[in-house]
Design a protein around this ligand. Sequence first.
Ligand SMILES: [Zn+2]
Length: 310
Amino acid sequence: MERLKQVRFITAFGIMVFVLLWSQVGFGNILASEKYSKVIWRYLETLCAFGPRYPGSEGYNKTKELIRKVGEKYADQVVEHPFFVRTETGTSQSMVNLELRFEGTQGGAPILIGAHFDTRPFADEDPDPGKRSTPILGANDGGSGTAVLLGLAQYLNQHPAQRPVHLVFFDGEDFGAKGSGLNLLGSTYLAQELAKKERSEWPYWVLVIDMVGDKDLQIFKETYSLKGSASFLDKIYRVAKDQGVRSLIDKTKYTIFDDHYPFHRMGIPSTVLIDFDYPYWHTLEDTLDKCSIESMMSIFSVVVKTIEDI
Ligand SMILES: [Zn+2]
C-alpha cells in the first residue's frame, strides 16, 4: 500500500513538473507540445541520417523528396520554383525552392516563413585545414530550420492561422565560397520573381529561421530585421517574454545576410531569427549532438503564437 502511494505520488509529481516545464516554454497545450517536439526531432534525425545535403548530393535529393512528401500530405498546395545557377567553374547547377502553401481562415496577403534546406558543400571554417573541403552535415545550419518548418506544415494543417502561410524551403543559401556571391541563391531568385508581380501579391511579412537548434540558443535582434520589420520583431519578443522563452534576447548584436535580406531590399518587412554564436558553424562538428529539441521547440512555439492572428 505504502509503496503504491509512493508510486502515485511520484507519478503525480512527475506530471506536475512536466506541466510546469512546458508552461515555462509557453506552449499552451501540453499534449500538442509533446507531439510536435517528437515530430520535429524525428525530422532533424532523418535529415541528418541523409548525410550532407548540398545541391546535387544524394542527401539533397532525399531532402527534396521528404519536403514534397510532407507537402502532399499536409499542405493545400505545393509549388516548385526551379532555377539554374552558373557555378564558379562555369558549369550549371539546377536548384529549386519548394513552397508549401496553407490557406488562412481569413485570407489576405500571406506570411512567408522560410528556411534553407541546403547545407554547406565544404567545411571552410573547420579548425583543421585538411578538412575544409569536406561537406558539412549541417545539423543546425540547414537541418534545424528545415525540421521546424516541416513540423509547422503538420501543425498548420491542424491549426490554420488567420492569414495564408507559405512555408518556403530555400535552396542554395550556403552554396558558394566566401566572396563568390553565390549565396542566398533561392531567396534571391524568389525575390526577383516577386519583383515582377503586383505589390498586392507580395507577402505581408517574411520570417526566416536559421540555426535555431543550438543547445545554448541565443537569438539577438538582427539589424536589417530591426530596420525593416520592427513591429513584427516586437511582437515575436513580446510573445517570447509571455511564454518565458529566454533564448530570445532583447538586444541587437549582428548584421546578417541571410535569406530575409533579398526581401528586405525590396521593402517587404523581413525578419531573421538566427543564433550566430555557434562555435561549430561551417565545420564538420555541426552535428546532431550539438542540437536540442528544447531550443527548436522554443522557436516553434513562439512562431505559432506570433502568426496565429496577425
Ligand atoms: Zn551556413
